[in-house]
Design a protein around this ligand. Structure first.
Ligand SMILES: Nc1nc2c(ncn2[C@@H]2O[C@H](COP(=O)(O)OP(=O)(O)O)[C@@H](O)[C@H]2O)c(=O)[nH]1
Ligand SMILES: [Mg+2]
Ligand SMILES: [Zn+2]
Length: 294
């Protein structure tokens, strides 16, 4: 059996690429349907190649996933590139949710501050100060001026990355600017370039050791915060204190007396906006948790 990664799937036919770069067209064996498992773009699979006279080979096994999603249908995402821009105005509640989601789903996350030439990097600096202690690096980039493209590309090396964020922040343009300029063959740029009206499918493209999921409308807006409210704080690195602890064990840093997080907020060590949005998400999360058996 051979091993490869699914880079494309359409109408039950999948394309797997091996490490050597060989591509094979495959179908999933019937047992997957019985087990209600759908192979996803990004899956690592074991497969039997088709013989020369066959149309396709067979996916035999799906190797363990680090994560997987339904919308978009992808697996094994290692890095979430949360993209914001001066226009449309950054929605930091969405940014916080995406960062939370990345943590919960076993992905690293970075902040991509697109269209940086529009405001001389003001948005990027605002993000840097807001998220400095939140463990998310900020990459200011401009597809127009070319600022930051090389740095971002270097960060993407070896990752299986998804770009997410509001529509219109410049994700598609950025993918083009990052990858089609250097592409030697028209083949790859044609794949990424979007005819505005073509129906498109999820695909995983690999260029210079950067692997990027190209999905129509990837935004991860249906974030599931169905988690125990007590655990929400675990995804806020800036809340973890090396100093004094909260008075109550299991403190949610909400209105409890003797809260060390609020004390640090008052000292200006925690970003007030981040904290306010945390409380908003905490209350959403509590609501969901209360109704979890309904
Ligand atoms: N000024 C400026 N405009 C950009 C930049 N990148 C994209 N845009 C524009 O922003 C709009 C949305 O871009 P698009 O890539 O379709 O955003 P997406 O919805 O996130 O994929 C388009 O009109 C682009 O021309 C940039 O770096 N600078
Ligand atoms: Mg787009
Ligand atoms: Zn507390």
């Amino acid at each position: 059996m051979d091993e490869g990664r699914l880079i494309r799937g359409m109408g039950g036919l999948f394309t797997a690429r091996t490490e050597e770069g060989q591509e094979y067209v495959l179908r999933a064996k019937k047992k997957f349907r019985r087990e209600r498992i759908t192979p996803l773009v990004g899956d690592r699979v074991l497969f039997t190649p088709g013989r020369i006279s066959d149309e396709h080979g067979w996916i035999e096994e799906i190797l363990p996933r680090t994560n997987h999603f339904q919308r978009p249908p992808v697996a094994n995402v290692s890095l979430l590139c949360v993209t914001v821009a001066p226009v449309p105005e950054a929605d930091l509640l969405l940014v916080d949710k995406l960062l939370l989601f990345a943590g919960m789903q076993n992905m690293s996350a970075i902040l991509v501050s697109a269209k940086s030439e529009m405001d001389d990097g003001r948005t990027a600096r605002r993000l840097q100060s807001t998220y400095r202690n939140a463990g998310a690096e900020v990459y200011p980039v401009s597809s127009v001026s070319g600022e930051g493209l090389d740095g971002l590309k270097a960060r993407l090396k070896g990752e299986y990355a998804c770009f997410s964020g509001q529509s219109g922040v410049g994700k598609s343009t950025l993918l083009n600017a990052l990858f089609s300029l250097q592409a030697k063959t028209g083949d790859i740029s044609a794949k990424i370039a979007r005819g505005k009206n073509t129906t498109r499918h999820t695909e995983l493209f690999s260029i210079e050791a950067c692997h990027v999921f190209d999905t129509p409308g990837f935004s991860l807006l249906d974030l599931d915060l169905g988690t125990d409210p007590k655990t929400l704080q675990e995804w806020y690195p800036e809340f973890r204190s090396v100093g004094e602890a909260c008075r109550f064990e299991g403190c949610c840093h909400d209105t409890e007396p003797g809260c060390a997080v609020r004390a640090r907020l008052e000292k200006g060590e925690i970003d007030p906006g981040r904290y306010e949005r945390y409380r908003e998400l905490l209350s959403q999360c509590r609501e969901k948790w209360k109704n979890r058996y309904q």
